[in-house]
Ligand binder design. Sequence first.
Ligand SMILES: Nc1nc2c(c(=O)[nH]1)N[C@H]1C(S)=C(S)[C@@H](COP(=O)(O)OP(=O)(O)OC[C@H]3O[C@@H](n4cnc5c(N)ncnc54)[C@H](O)[C@@H]3O)O[C@H]1N2
Ligand code: MOO
Length: 419
Amino acid sequence: MSTETAPTADRVTAPPPAGWEEARSRVYAVGLAAALPAAARPLVDTDGSTLAEPLTTRTDLPAFPTSSVDGWAVRGSGPWRVVGRVLAGSTPAPLTEDDTTVEIATGAMVPEGATAVLRVEESAASTTGLISGTPRKTPEWRNPGEEAYADEELLPAGTPVDPAVIGLAAACGHDTLRVRRAPRAALLVFGDELLTAGPPAAGRIRDALGPAVPAWLRRYGCQVRPSDVVGPVADTLPAHVAALRSALGHADLVCTTGGTMNGPVDHLHPTLEALGADYVVNTVAVRPGFPMLLARLTGPDGRARFVAGLPGNPQSAIVALVSLVAPLLAGLQGRSMPVLPQVTLAEAVPGRGDHTHLALVRLDRSAGVAFPVRHVGSAMLRGLAGADGFAVIRPGTSGEPGDRVPIVPLPLFPGERAS
Ligand SMILES: Nc1nc2c(c(=O)[nH]1)N[C@H]1C(S)=C(S)[C@@H](COP(=O)(O)OP(=O)(O)OC[C@H]3O[C@@H](n4cnc5c(N)ncnc54)[C@H](O)[C@@H]3O)O[C@H]1N2
Ligand code: MOO
């Protein structure tokens, strides 16, 4: 919005844009205060959810002395008389006499009374069947509690559940975990000028956000059903109100694209007003993406629902996703505020005055540096498609070669941008 524009009551009372970092912290705190409910879920259904309570072990790990090799569990100095065999999965009888041994398998419980485990390849059997050899000095078994003690906290609440966490939880004896589910997100695309098929022509362009934003949201861990992607919604206020009301029936977060400004067919603000939303953030001092917003409403169940207004310019919409939606989702899932890694700039990146500049960069992983990419106008997507994230150039600064700056990563999967 230009300051030269004739003031109206609305413009005079509009709050100043939030600083970029302040906006992120505010959104995260509001998300955390509205964290999604926790529920016990079968372990196999927890991938992508978030621990709602710390992960503890139900027993010592290992739970019993466990042989780490195939060989002989011996008592005394030998040679040893074979008195049995113990395989993984059973409880062996104790070794009660010196110079006796049981054959033991990797993973089997070491019998009480055993003084050592001798590797099979370091043992010999006499013609009478006696076993001899010299056990190694370091124990060939794992003691209870070596990895963890019963009830020890291994991971804090707020930990994202990934395959490593699921495996650990299973090893700890859990059948279910108390987790917060993945947030449900919906997308409303605004803009009568948008085509959903074919090449741009005659003043109309392709909707580039309807197909892309759900995929970005899924990479942030959201569930987005195909039926939750709606648009283009007709450029009228009643159509906007009806679409948003309907989307809020299912979604924890509704993202909208376009209509964030005050143009003749920009209906987002009046729609939010009509639904009684309040603003968490309304414009952010960042370029691109300035008109982004986050609003909050109360659902019929008393729980908060959120509307993220992504600007219509496609790169600006993605800036809003990484700037506001990512910390909101972290809060809603009860996770920590995303920590921004640092990168070293390979080339200069200009500042944007008193605004934060989010500049698309490509990482050169072998050199450990970040290069600004080309084609980064807010209406363009070409630069984004070859970038790893946005370098953060703070207000009043510019980036010089060699500077260490934070980067907001795009939520890419391993292997994407690998070359
Ligand atoms: N008078 C002013 N005009 C504008 C200002 C300003 O400060 N004063 N800011 C500009 C900035 S910055 C942005 S960003 C845009 C944001 O506008 P809206 O969020 O209201 O978005 P629209 O007007 O609906 O669209 C803007 C632009 O993006 C294209 N668009 C929209 N949706 C899509 C889509 N799904 N896929 C591809 N392209 C899309 C749309 O056709 C427009 O070209 O406002 C500036 N104006
Ligand atoms: O930031 Mo607009 O968000 O410059 O295209």
